[in-house]
Write a protein that binds this ligand. Structure first.
Ligand SMILES: Nc1ncnc2c1ncn2[C@@H]1O[C@H](COP(=O)(O)OP(=O)(O)OP(=O)(O)O)[C@@H](O)[C@H]1O
Ligand SMILES: [Mg+2]
Length: 259
C-alpha cells in the first residue's frame, strides 16, 4: 500500500504569554491510500485542530505533513489549491458547506466550474445519483432538504473532483441515529468504490466499527492508543480508551457491528 498522508511530530499551541497552551503534542501517524481511519477522543482533545493543520486552515508550530509525497506543512497559493483538489472535508453542520442563497446543484457544481471540468450539469446529476439523491435536488436550496439529505449533498460536492482523501469531522454527529448509519454506509461505499481514503473523526467510539478498520485515540492533544478497531475495543490498553468505551456502553448499551 502506498502512504497517502504522513504526519510527524505535529505540534500546535494556542494563546499568548501565560495563556499559551500546547493543544497538539507530538502527533504522529500514517494513512494509506484508500484506508479508512477513525480518530476518536472526547471533546476538546484536539481532533478538529489536527484536521485544521492537515487541511492548512491553521499553521503547525512544529512537525511535518506530507500528502501524496509532497511536504505541505507550509503550502500556500497554487500548491495549496492543488492540495485542496485532492483533499476534501465534510463538517458537522451542512450550513458550513453550502451557501444558503445558492441551489445545491450550483454549489455541487462550483468546484467543477473552478477547475473547468466540462458538462457540469450532467456531472452534478451523476454526483447526486452517487449519493442516492434524486436529480431534481439540484434545484433545491439547502433549507429545503433534511439534515441527512444536505449532508449527502455535501458529500457529493466533496467527491466532485475525485479526491484521494476525505476528512469527516463529526460529519454525522448532528444526524439522528438511523440517518447517521445511512450516511456512514454511503461514505464507506464511496470509499470502497472510488478508492478514497477516509479520516473519520468522532467523539463517539461506537460509530467506528462500521466505518474504520484502524483507529487512533486522542487525549489532551496526544495519541494515546492506536490499532485495529476490533482489538482496541476488545482489549483497550489506555485508561482514556476505557473511559470512552464506558461512556458509550452507558449511553447506548452496545456497539455497532464490525466491518
Ligand atoms: N482558535 C483557538 N484559540 C484558542 N484555543 C482553541 C482554538 N481552537 C481550539 N482551541 C482549544 O483547543 C483545544 C482543542 O480543540 P478542538 O476543537 O481541536 O477539540 P475537538 O477534539 O475537536 O473537540 P470537539 O469534540 O468538541 O469538536 C480545546 O481546548 C479548545 O478550546
Ligand atoms: Mg471538533
Amino acid at each position: 500500500m502506498t502512504t497517502l498522508l504522513k504526519v510527524r511530530g505535529l505540534k500546535k499551541y494556542f494563546g499568548q504569554g501565560a495563556q499559551r497552551r500546547l493543544v497538539l503534542d507530538d502527533v504522529n501517524f500514517d494513512l494509506d491510500a484508500g484506508e479508512r481511519l477513525g480518530i476518536v477522543g472526547r471533546s476538546g482533545c484536539g481532533k478538529s485542530t489536527l484536521v485544521k493543520l492537515i487541511t492548512r486552515l491553521l499553521d503547525a508550530d512544529d512537525g511535518v505533513i506530507v500528502f501524496e509525497g509532497k511536504d505541505i506543512t507550509r503550502a500556500s497559493g497554487d500548491e495549496l489549491r492543488l492540495t485542496y483538489r485532492r483533499m476534501q472535508m465534510i463538517f458537522q453542520s451542512p450550513d458550513d458547506s453550502f451557501n444558503p442563497r445558492r441551489t445545491l446543484g450550483w454549489s455541487i457544481g462550483e468546484p467543477l466550474r473552478n477547475w473547468r471540468v466540462p458538462n457540469v450539469e450532467a456531472r452534478v446529476e451523476e454526483l447526486l445519483t452517487a449519493v442516492e439523491l434524486p436529480k431534481a435536488f439540484a434545484s433545491r436550496y439547502p433549507h429545503e432538504v433534511s439534515g441527512g439529505q444536505c449532508q449527502r449533498a455535501a458529500i457529493a460536492r466533496a467527491i466532485a473532483l475525485e479526491p484521494a482523501l476525505l476528512i469527516c469531522d463529526e460529519a454525522t454527529s448532528a444526524l439522528d441515529v438511523e440517518v447517521q448509519a445511512q450516511v456512514i454506509e454511503l461514505l464507506k461505499r464511496l470509499s470502497v468504490e472510488k478508492g478514497i481514503a477516509l479520516m473519520f473523526i468522532t467523539h463517539d467510539l461506537a460509530l467506528l466499527p462500521s466505518i474504520a478498520k484502524r483507529m487512533l485515540v486522542m487525549h489532551d492533544g496526544r495519541i494515546v492508543e492506536s490499532g485495529a478497531v476490533d482489538e482496541v475495543i476488545e482489549r483497550p490498553r489506555s485508561d482514556w480508551t476505557r473511559e470512552l468505551l464506558a461512556a458509550n456502553i452507558f449511553s447506548t448499551g452496545s456497539f455497532g457491528n464490525g466491518n
